[in-house]
Design a binder for this molecule. Structure first.
Ligand SMILES: *[C@@H]1O[C@H](CO)[C@@H](O)[C@H](O)[C@H]1NC(C)=O
Ligand SMILES: *[C@@H]1O[C@H](CO)[C@@H](O)[C@H](O)[C@H]1NC(C)=O
Ligand SMILES: *[C@@H]1O[C@H](CO)[C@@H](O)[C@H](O)[C@H]1NC(C)=O
Ligand SMILES: *[C@@H]1O[C@H](CO)[C@@H](O)[C@H](O)[C@H]1NC(C)=O
Ligand SMILES: *[C@@H]1O[C@H](CO)[C@@H](O)[C@H](O)[C@H]1NC(C)=O
Length: 202
């Protein structure tokens, strides 16, 4: 447990920012669907020769522009968060369970740490968490059905088939006439030839 004195000291000393310490936060951006879990992590590194003897981590959500709210104070996140700190690895993580659409936002870790006799603080660049609506099977079917009227190739095929049939029916009398004419011509020619042949033999 951190005493009020410690936090008071932080407020007064946080202006003394060390240039040899950095905080890294991962991932910088994450897209997920509703109901998923996610863990974001932070690491604090100090240059060689600098020793972080003690640290604590706070997590904030940027609610409005530049307005940071401690995640513990957000009732809509209650029961869906788990914070973890590893003092040996100088790391910390924040896990979200059963993500909701309105968990979307930017989250920051803030390290309050001690080097020698100084108590300082440093926050990372943050993680942009984007929670999207889950695409259900129903939505997929709906979108597929929606696309079907646009795909007219099947209809086009039917129209072509109908046209062919109509053309055939319309041309049937003409075709019959043509067949009859050819038959008559062949018959005439054949009878003429047979006359010629018969003439030759007579
Ligand atoms: C934080 O952001 C700044 C600029 O936006 C970038 O230069 C820096 O490398 C980032 N730091 C980390 C640890 O990603
Ligand atoms: C989220 O974490 C909870 C608790 O660990 C687990 O029961 C659940 O299956 C996880 N859900 C997903 C989508 O991984
Ligand atoms: C956040 O979204 C969930 C559903 O995704 C809803 O039940 C809850 O009331 C919302 N909370 C706020 C504060 O908008
Ligand atoms: C149908 O598809 C074409 C491209 O093949 C597209 O330009 C058009 O917007 C689509 N129409 C509808 C209603 O989806
Ligand atoms: C339209 O549907 C046919 C099968 O009905 C498919 O072969 C074709 O690729 C589809 N065309 C488009 C543009 O989706």
């Amino acid at each position: 447990m951190v005493s009020n004195g410690f936090l008071f000291a932080v407020i007064h000393l946080s202006a003394l920012v060390s240039g040899h310490v950095c905080v890294e936060q991962l991932p910088s951006i994450v897209h997920l669907t509703e109901g998923k879990n996610v863990t974001i992590s932070c690491y604090i590194h100090a240059d060689e020769g600098e020793k972080i003897s003690k640290f604590l981590v706070e997590w904030f959500k940027e609610e409005a522009e530049g307005q940071l709210i401690n995640v513990g104070k957000l009732s809509k996140l209650k029961g869906r968060l788990h914070e973890n700190t590893n003092s040996i690895q100088h790391s910390a993580s924040l896990s979200f369970y059963m993500l909701e659409l309105n968990d979307t936002g930017r989250y920051f870790c803030n390290f309050i740490y001690r080097i020698d006799h100084h108590i300082l603080q440093l926050h990372a660049n943050g993680t942009r968490l984007i929670v999207q609506e889950e695409v259900t099977a129903d939505t997929t079917i709906a979108s597929t059905t929606e696309n079907t009227p646009n795909n007219t190739s099947a209809d086009t095929e039917k129209v072509i088939t109908d046209n062919l049939l109509l053309t055939f029916l319309l041309s049937l009398p003409l075709l019959l006439k043509f067949v009859a004419t050819v038959f008559i011509c062949v018959y005439t020619l054949f009878s003429y030839t047979s006359i010629v042949i018969s003439c030759r033999f007579t």
